[in-house]
Design a binder for this molecule. Structure first.
Ligand code: NOJ
Length: 542
């Protein structure tokens, strides 16, 4: 079915941290296979796996040296085949992470490109002469203070948006396009149902390499992921990206009749720009990531309502995603709660994530309410970014801790030495304990997922915002058969929600299907409902 993904729930596995099967301290494909029953039991339809290709691992797999091979740390191509087979048995689709913007500097293409100015692959990357004073061609910044690295051998700079070891490919070169499209084909032919396209709005840069305007700090829409002080208008979201994406979609469509899903990592300043990535006639990405909710600096009903209004206005019925966490920024619990409220907020966020209009992506461990465990010292840092700006920015290790499965040594993640420390509270907060506890966050996730399956309005209904309470976010979801009202108290105060705020509902009688708080006195409700701090409710007609 071409549109299987429209009502799917995705689970994002940071492979390195999920489950180790061979004692080297690094999660791997076999480990993931061993845990497929857990994911199936949660109620997941698709798994996005972070990159597992051959790589020097400067950026833990986002620096690829061979796109068509599995890195031995993660397993073999046969393991991937087995993963597809086992996932199929459980009706789970696999999403692979494809990195088209750059390669590793150890990739044979780049090794060849840097050999000489006449190399056949010279134009596959972006090379440029220094300015007359020897400085880089422009002021662009990315993961490092400059995106340009001077190469002694040929006396030119090469461009790398991310680490020095991740040179950008030149997408204005047609051989690059052909080669990279063949990589997409390779993984689709191996059974991937969807591609998550890394940094896909960074492919094409301004041909004149103009300086970016300097700003006071990082622009709001990029606050989760960068530290620089410029607006990257000339190297992110360049209009020429769209032409490439049209070619990509056309290529995929004509080579794979099932029209595999293309999900794009897209950071844009506003929803209007996001809309452009669907193309003019469903001819670019089916699903550009919508990250706006994850950029909220705090959980706040007023700002959430404004954002949702904007989604309704601008995105309308385009399929969109709901993302609160991923492997690049602190987890939602850390961003939106104090430690003392963390578990309540985790359940509230689960309700939010799984009842909004959009396709939910659950980042592994969110279903346990994991909190980050950032490095305490620079020696502990694994992600190079944590070293570049230490201590003002500690990198991304904190949100990538190994998954705690039980309370044994290393939480059952590995029998060896884990590549990074586990969450601080893993001996209490782990899968085994939460499976046993009916009030756990894990069991709460399972309940909401089940409700989403049973109430079709939550998967495909319209969304209408209700009321204007500064602490309560409320909305209804309605389709031709079913209806639900969701009320989320985003504050630490008690609040009251009046069903009367929407005249459409006056005549109906309603009851509480699920509450984040297990001590709800009565399931049947009148016009006024009192909510405890951070309580979330799913209400349905009787
Ligand atoms: C975005 C990925 O999500 C991030 O983890 C990675 O470092 C960069 N792209 C570079 O590939």
């Amino acid at each position: 079915m071409n549109n299987w993904w429209k009502e799917a729930i995705f689970y994002h596995v940071y492979l390195r941290s999920f489950q180790d099967s061979n004692g080297d301290g690094i999660g791997d494909l076999q480990g993931l296979i061993n845990r497929l029953d857990y994911i199936a039991d949660l109620g997941i339809d698709g798994i996005w796996i972070s990159p597992f290709y051959q790589s020097p691992h400067v950026d833990f797999g986002y620096d690829i040296s061979n796109h068509k091979a599995v890195d031995p740390r993660y397993g073999t191509l046969e393991d991937f085949d087995k993963l597809i087979e086992e996932a199929n048995k459980r009706n789970i689709k696999i999403v692979v992470d494809i990195i088209l913007n750059h390669t590793s500097d150890q990739h044979p293409f780049f090794i060849e490109s840097r050999q000489s100015k006449d190399s056949e692959k010279r134009d596959w990357y972006i090379w440029c002469d220094p300015k007359p004073d020897g400085s880089p061609p422009n002021n662009w910044q990315g993961f490092e203070p400059s995106t340009w690295k001077f190469d002694e051998k040929t006396q030119q700079y090469y461009y790398h948006y991310f680490y020095v070891q991740q040179p950008d490919l030149n997408w204005r070169n047609s051989d690059v396009i052909t080669e990279m499209f063949s990589i997409c084909d390779f993984w689709i032919n191996k059974g991937a149902a969807a591609l998550r396209l890394d940094a896909i709005n960074y492919l094409v840069e301004d041909p004149e390499l103009k300086d970016n305007p300097i700003t006071d700090g990082v622009p709001d829409y990029l606050r989760n992921i960068y530290q620089f002080n410029q607006d990257p208008i000339h190297n992110l979201n360049h209009p020429d990206n769209h032409e490439v994406l049209k070619k990509l979609r056309q290529h995929i469509r004509s080579n794979h009749p099932e029209d595999p899903l293309l999900i794009g990592e897209i950071w844009v300043p506003n929803t209007q720009e996001l809309v452009n990535y669907y193309g003019t006639n469903d001819d670019e990405l089916q699903l550009p990531f919508n990250f706006f909710l994850s950029t909220l600096s705090q959980l706040n009903a007023v700002t959430c309502r404004e954002m949702l209004e904007d989604f309704e206005r601008t995105l309308g019925n385009f399929p969109t995603t709901v993302v609160l966490s991923n492997h690049d920024f602190p987890r939602s619990t850390v961003r939106y709660s104090q430690e003392k409220d963390s578990d309540q907020v985790a359940k509230l966020l689960a309700t939010f994530l799984l009842t909004l209009k959009g396709i939910p992506f659950i980042y592994y461990g969110e279903e346990l309410g994991l909190r980050d465990n950032p490095p305490d010292t620079i020696e502990e840092v694994q992600d190079p970014r944590g070293k570049i700006d230490w201590p003002s920015y500690k990198g991304r290790d904190g949100c990538r801790t190994p998954m705690p499965w039980n309370n044994s040594l290393n939480g059952g993640f590995t029998e060896g030495k884990p590549w990074y420390k586990l969450p601080l509270d893993y001996q209490q907060r782990n899968v085994e304990n939460q499976v046993k506890d009916p009030d756990s966050i894990l069991n709460y996730y399972k309940q909401v997922i089940k409700i989403r399956r049973n109430v079709s309005a939550l998967r495909r209904g319209n969304l209408i915002l209700l009321g204007d309470d500064p602490n309560l976010l409320a909305y209804s979801r309605t389709d031709e058969k079913t209806q639900a009202i969701i009320v989320l108290n985003m504050s630490s105060d008690r609040c009251t929600f009046e069903l009367l705020t929407s005249p459409t509902f006056v005549t109906q009688s309603w009851s509480i299907l699920l509450s984040t708080h297990n001590d709800v006195k009565s399931k049947t409700i009148s016009e006024k409902i009192s909510l405890q701090p951070f309580e979330g409710l799913i209400i349905v007609p009787n």
